[in-house]
Each structure stands twice: as structure tokens, then as C-alpha cells.
Design a protein around this ligand. Sequence first.
Ligand code: ADP
Ligand code: MG
Length: 438
Amino acid sequence: MLADEILEMLSEEISKNEVNNYISQLKFNEKSSNSDEVTFTAPNDLLAKYIQTRFSDKIAYLYEVKTGIKPKVNIKSTKSKITTKFRDKDIDVKQIKTQSSLLNPSYTFENFVVGNSNQFAFISAKEAAKNPGKVYNPLFIYGSTGLGKTHLLHSIGNHCLDAEKTVIYVTSEQFMGDFIRNLENKTMPKFKEKYRNCDVLLIDDIQFFSKSEAIQEEFFHTFNELYDKKSQIVMSSDKPPKMLRSFEERLKSRFEWGLMADITPPELDTKIRIIKAKCDFDTIELNSDIIEYIATNMGDNIREIESAIININAFANIMRQEITLEFAKNVIRDQIKDRKENIDLESIIECVSKEMNIKPSEIKSKNKSKNIVEARRICIYLAKTLTPNSMPQLANHFGLKDHSAVSHNIRKINEIIKNDSYFKTRVEELKNKITSKE
Ligand code: ADP
Ligand code: MG
């Protein structure tokens, strides 16, 4: 059913935690839905209100991507009475508002925090926005999910809209959907006119493009015409052009004609600045301990970091609680646990071994050379921090006598971290590397 498909698409874009807490509670109400208006129900008023504010725009947007029509989305409660003691107005609606139009007006260059990891992509995007079609054409931005590619594409779009350019922003799925609809309705001239006459074409998540010959052919011609006219083309992808499997060679080589810019996982310091900026933007107050806790424990996907901040704030509002570190830890515990379950001990050993130039077999051996002991200790420390393994499980994996040997090793690392800031940064960087692997 379409409604299920839409919820599935939404689930792919948000954290597992949000899917479990909110989206999985929704039921489609077929009787009160038609093509202009769709209704879902949630088990109580509080949830309905929260989901309405937080996700209804996104749901409407996904319907538009899928069907071409943007419906009004209602989230109603199945119970008429509120089950908790607080009423709707207790939720601060402003703070959990999300995207409402195709170009998110808050995705701007000004709102983008720049660090080493994204500086090159940022500067390229800004230049392309200032001189569309002139300097970097096409511009190809790539990097893992949640690192700011869509934000940069929208920033280019918003900048060019202000300069009164015609801008089209589409995901590759939306482009394909549009193509198929126009083909079926025999309105291809309309499609061609739309895509071939813009000043700026922004295509997001190009890795989802279909292998279909007809679509590749159409995209090839769209690309060529725009390029010849000096219209700006910007694409984003999770991998560089060479690694895109679904494209013909002639297209891939064109993607490399202009400029390729990658975004890598942010360093701890950039992450902290991003969190601070998000808090300022949404007027959420978190103290520096909480900010550091989020930055070191939530991985590198900024979307997940944002959802952690929003959840902490929303729960504090709902429960009328002050946000302490303990409170924050409790709210995002599941999100962190989900992530931990995805990291295995071998990948930690592999990463440390590469960085410190010591063989994995040496790390797991009983060798007592100083640098091998240090690498082994770092592995054990990271394994305890990043995975749900117990002390005896770790003792077993690293060939140690028992759990007290494990805690001895962890204590040693904690001591060095306290006294040596260079060492601390090195361990942080290792942690970032391990958690950024998908
Ligand atoms: P991607 O498209 O690469 O998956 P997005 O652009 O959707 O990632 O970014 C996810 C979220 O993180 C967005 O809300 C975006 O605003 C935010 N974000 C990512 N990088 C930055 C940054 N450097 N500064 C501010 N916000 C960022
Ligand atoms: Mg994106």
C-alpha cells in the first residue's frame, strides 16, 4: 500500500529510535483519506501532536515525490481523551518544526559550520552558487550519509533563488518519478522544457538512479543541454563517480568534467561547533558536558546528532524536567545502544592496527613490547566504550586472564588520557574513525 511505502521511505531518513518511538505507532486511516488529504492515527493525543509537528511536512513531501500531488497530512489520535497529564500546548511546537517546502530555507551557507572535513565542499558550493555555470560545472559532492550534502545543495539553491535564477532541486528518485509520469501521460515535452530550461539543476542522492536505459538516455541529454547552455549542474552522491554502478561510462566521465568535492566525517571540534550552532538555532540550552557527551558518543551522522538534541529537548518539555547530563544520557541511551551494536571488536582492532602500524595478530598476542601493549590497551578501552561487550567477554577476546586484567588496562588508558592531551586527541580520532564506518 502507498501509505506503507511512504512510511518506509520516511523511516529510511530518520533514526531507528524515532521509527520505533513514533512512526511505527502510526496507522493509516483509509476512510478519511483521498488524494488531497491523508490521515494517520496515533495511539494518543500527545504522540499525534508530536508526530504532526515533527513529521507531517516530510510525509506530505514524500507523497509529492511519489505521486506528484502534495496532500494535507493529518495525524489524529485514536483516543479522544489525552492519556498523559499534560496537554498539547505543553509541547513547544516551534522547536520541533521541520522542513516545509522543497528547498529548506534554513539550509543556507550561513547555517553551515565549516571545518577541515567539509571545507573544500563548502567553498566549491559557495563559488558555484555565486557564479553558476561559470566555474565549477558540474559540481559533484560526495560523502557518507548525514554529513551535509543535502544542506549544501539547498544552500546553493537558496542563494541562486535570491539571485532570481530558475532553480530545480530534485532527488534522483523524484527525477525518475517525474520522467515516468510524463512518459505515461505523453507529456514528455513538458518534462524536457522543465529540466532543460533551468539555470541551476540540483540532483540529490544520484546513487539511487536507475539503470533503465530510457532514463539514462534522458538524463544524458538533459545534462548535455544544460552543460552547453552553461547552466549549473550540481549532484550529490554517497560515493565518487567512478564507483557508481548504475551509470553508463559516458555519464560517469561527464560527472568528472567539473569539480569533485568530498565531505569526510567531522572532527570532534567541528562536531561540537555544529551541536552548539543547532542549539542556538533552536534555542535549546545544553551545557558543555552534555554537548561533549553527544559529540563523543553519537557518531558522525549529523542527522542523528540533531535528532538526539531534539529528543532531549522535547522530552524535557514534555516531562517538565531540567536537562542534566543524566537526563540527556537516559533519553539518548537507545540511540547510542543501537549504534554500539553495529560495531564489532575486529573492526576496532583493524582500525587501531592500521593507525599504529601494528599487526592485528600482535594486538591479540601476549607480546609485552611497549608499543604493542599500548595498542592492545587502546583497543580494549575503545571496545569497552564503543561496544556492549562485558569485561569477561573482552578478557576472552583479547586473551587476558580475567575481567580485572581488563579493568587494569582501561584504568591505565584513562590515566594517560587525563594527563596527555595529545594522546587524548589521538584516541578521540580513532574513536571517530571506527564509528564513522558504515
Ligand atoms: P546528507 O545529505 O549528506 O545525508 P544532510 O545535508 O541531510 O546530509 O545533513 C543532515 C543534517 O545535518 C541536516 O539537518 C544538516 O543541516 C545538518 N548538517 C550537516 N552538516 C552540517 C554542518 N557542517 N553545519 C551545520 N549543519 C550540518
Ligand atoms: Mg542528503
